[in-house]
Design a protein around this ligand. Sequence first.
Ligand code: SAM
Length: 376
Amino acid sequence: MEEENEQCNSAIDGNFEEVCPEKVIKFKPPLYKQRYQFVRDFVDQHKPKKVADLGCGDTELLRLLKIYPCIQRLVGVDIDKEKLQSNGHQLSPYLGEFVKPRDLDLTVILYHGSVVERDSRLLGFDLITCIELIEHLDSDDLARFPEVVFGYLSPAMIVISTPNSEFNPLFPTVTLRDADHKFEWNRMEFQTWALQVANRYHYSVEFTGVGEPPAGAEHVGYCTQIGVFRKNSGKVYKTSYPSLQQEKMLKFVLVGEVLILVERLRLRQQRMLREQKDLCNDPDNTDSSGPPQVLLGAVFTEAEEARIENSPKPFCEGDKFFVPLQRLLAYPKVHRLRVTEERMRSLISDSVQLSSDGSAVMDDLYKSWDYQFEDY
Ligand code: SAM
C-alpha cells in the first residue's frame, strides 16, 4: 500500500525500500489512482456538466475526466505554470476522437493562477475538485481558501482530499509525506475544519477516503481522507410533475391516444360497411352522405376537420384494418403532442402492430368481442 503519488514527488514515493523494507505499504491500485477513481465514480454518479480541478498538477485527472460524455467544460488551475505548459498538449483530442466525435461539445481549458484568488471564469461550476491541494497552502492561503472556493465560486459540489496523518506512523520515518506540505491533519482536524466551512457557506459535508489501512490497523482510517461537500439548495420540499417533455410520459400518452383512436375508427369502419350493405339491400334508402366527422362525441373545429379530411384515410385489406400514422397525427389529441411521423413510429412501434412499411397502424377489422356491443 505504498503511497505512490507520482504527482507530488512525496517522501513516501521515495526510498522506503532502502529505509525499512518490512514497513513498505503498497497500495493496489496506487493511492493516487484510487483518488482519481473516486472522482471518476463521483462524476459517473452525479453527471456534472462543468468541472474544475484546482491544483490540477500534471493534468492527469483532467485527462481521465475528458472521456465523460456529461462534461462539457473541463478546467484545470495550478499555480505552477511550467507544469501546465508541459502537460497541456496531452489534453488535445486524439485522432479517434475526430473519427468518432462526442455527442456534446467539450472545451478543456488550463488557467495559471492561485486558488486563493477570485477568478470569475470559474463561476457557475457543478463540481470543483481539490485533490491533495489544501495541505500545500500556507496558513494565510488556507484561511482565504474557503471564502474564494465556497463563498465566491460556490459550485454545487466540492471534493477535497488531503492526507490523514493518523496513517503516517505506518510509513517509515515520515513526519510529513511531502516536502512541500505545510501541514497534515488527522481526521478530527480535517473534519472540524470542513464542518466549520460547510456551516459557514451553507454546504453539507460527508467524509470518506481511499487507501484502506492494513489488517490490524483499521483504527487509523483511510490513508487519504476525503470530504464531499454539497451546496444546500434551501429547498424544503421538491417535487417534479409529469410532462410531455419526458420521453416515457410522451410515449404513454401517445400510445394511449393511438389505441383509442384506432379502436373508434375501426368501429366506425364496421358501421360504414354495415350501412353500405343495408343500402344495397334497401334501394329506397337514398342517403349517400359520408360519415360525419364525429368520433364518439368529439366535435372538431373547421380547421381540425379540414386537417383530418386532407390526411390519408383508413382502409381495409381483407380482414385487416389500417390507419395511416398521418391520419392519426391529424386528430387534435395526437396533433397537440407535436411529434413527427418518424418519432411517432419509433415511440409506438413496440406497443402496436404496424403495417409492413411502417406507415400505418394495423389491426383486425373484427374482434371476437365485437358482437357483444353491436346492439348498443
Ligand atoms: N491534484 C493533483 C493530483 O492529485 O495529482 C496534483 C496534486 S499536487 C500534490 C499539488 C498541486 O497543487 C501542485 O501542482 C501545486 O502546484 C498546486 N498548488 C499549490 N498551491 C496552489 C495554489 N495556491 N493555487 C493553485 N495551485 C496550487
